[in-house]
Ligand binder design. Sequence first.
Ligand code: HEM
Length: 424
Amino acid sequence: MHGEPSPPPAAPTLFDWEFAANPYPAYAWLRTHSPVHRTRLPSGVEAWLVTRYADARRALADPRLSKNPAHHDEPAHARGRTGIPGERKAELMTHLLNIDPPDHTRLRRLVSTAFTPRRVAEFAPRVQELTDRLIDGFAARGEADLIHEFAFPLPIYAICDLLGVPREDQDDFRDWAGMMIRHGKGPRGGVARSVKKMRGYLADLIHRKREALPAEAAPGEDLVSGLIRASDEGEHLTENEVAAMAFILLFAGFETTVNLIGNGTHALLTHPEQRARLQDSLAAGDMGLLETGVEELLRFDGPVELATWRFATRPLTLGGQDIAPGEAVLVVLAAADRDPERFAEPDVLDLTRRDNQHLGYGHGIHYCLGAPLARLEGRTALATLLTRLPDLRLAVDSTELRWRGGLIMRGLRTLPVEFAPVPN
Ligand code: HEM
């Protein structure tokens, strides 16, 4: 538990490749010995890492911690960064994860209707159809890379549908997004070119939708049309705000869901007893274990390792540590969700876990807007994979898998699997 007798052993090395493969022992050390820990990130920027559950929850909801990068005392960084390629472009900056109330409240209210559980449930048949189509693409082969062929394309098509990107343009979107998170291979400068293409496309899409907007909203109207309608009806949403909203939805909802499917499948394949229980309950038509199980997969090895940047606007004390105005705070969700002060046997994967108020979707006013859609996609993807490919197994040893080294997200580069071929 917390508060061991001194002196503590040396602090672990953070953010190298070994850490990326398994950060949890280092986070356990931080929780015990330095729960609000000053560190220099690989980028050279300094920040406080918050690792205990109680402190993390408090920090995520503390109004003295702003999301607006203008409050950061590092001028170069203050121009804004959540790790999203291209977001320094001024027209895409005003998005939900970079702003505070009252602007945040206004913009969030405008999009929140698109994410009610009922609205998201309308997507279920389309998500199932996409999932099946992607599995059809490799089922007969008996092997696949589940990141590239499955986890990666599924969320991008789902978000395109949500935004109202026409089906014939969705493969372009997939390619640009792939380049932007470097899943795609391509020439140097490909990332910048892809961001530019996507910005241009979004501006054009907004323009075309505005021209073609019917007088009355139809049920199931796409999100971009809904935002244009709101701005035309006096909500004063600028064209940049509409574009920034589309962009943040794409990025907040894309790599996160890729990693939920990737990390979740990996956790199941490396915990055969838990995976067998889930398969048995799915075969019996019981969806209860799938529901608690996806939440447990989010807690155990979630897609968002660190919440996005926060900056102190006033002096505050967190976990006994004074934080000065202008300093940056990074809440380590992955560490908080393994805190033994909050979760019984936190390093054990238990799909039946019910007392599971994990922070995988954040907490407070920036709590994940897309959580209902993410849950739908995660449940559909995992249940369909395990049902259609019942003997799914890793094609390499788990220790050979490479994790992506980014700061905010935790996810695999590839996930090679094998299974008995299933003719389509
Ligand atoms: C498993 C998948 C997902 C996970 C684990 C996840 C996690 C998170 C987390 C931790 C935050 C809070 C970040 C912070 O406070 O710094 C967040 C915010 C957000 N998420 Fe998600 N997310 C997922 C999927 C999605 C999807 C599918 C969408 C939409 C299509 C989405 C849209 C958003 C938006 C718009 C925000 C910002 C909300 C605000 O600032 O008010 N997310 N997400």
